[in-house]
Ligand binder design. Structure first.
Ligand SMILES: [Zn+2]
Length: 89
């Protein structure tokens, strides 16, 4: 977390405290949250990364995605875990 800019870490802290999605800033409702984002926002982020619009590291640096090793929620699916470990290309 220490490598985040002040703006990014404030965003992360606010979102975690207010239970908001880091990506779209809307309240985290009941649905599944992945790395601080709604599942669909997370998927949109992955899609953006696969299209070369961003990298996951960039999103983390912007405070729009939690780092993969976040204690927030551990992925249980082995495929998810493998892909998270892989990071962005
Ligand atoms: Zn969202």
């Amino acid at each position: 977390m220490s490598k985040l800019s002040a703006t990014a870490s404030a965003r992360v802290a606010d979102c975690l405290e207010q239970r908001r999605c880091l990506a779209c800033l809307k309240p985290a409702r009941r649905g599944r949250m992945i790395r601080g984002c709604h599942e669909r926002c997370y998927r949109a982020t992955l899609r953006g990364a696969s299209l070369g619009k961003c990298t996951l590291d960039e999103r983390v640096a912007e405070g729009k995605l939690l780092p993969a090793n976040s204690r927030n929620r551990r992925a249980r699916n082995p495929v998810t875990r493998e892909l998270l470990k892989r990071g962005a290309k």
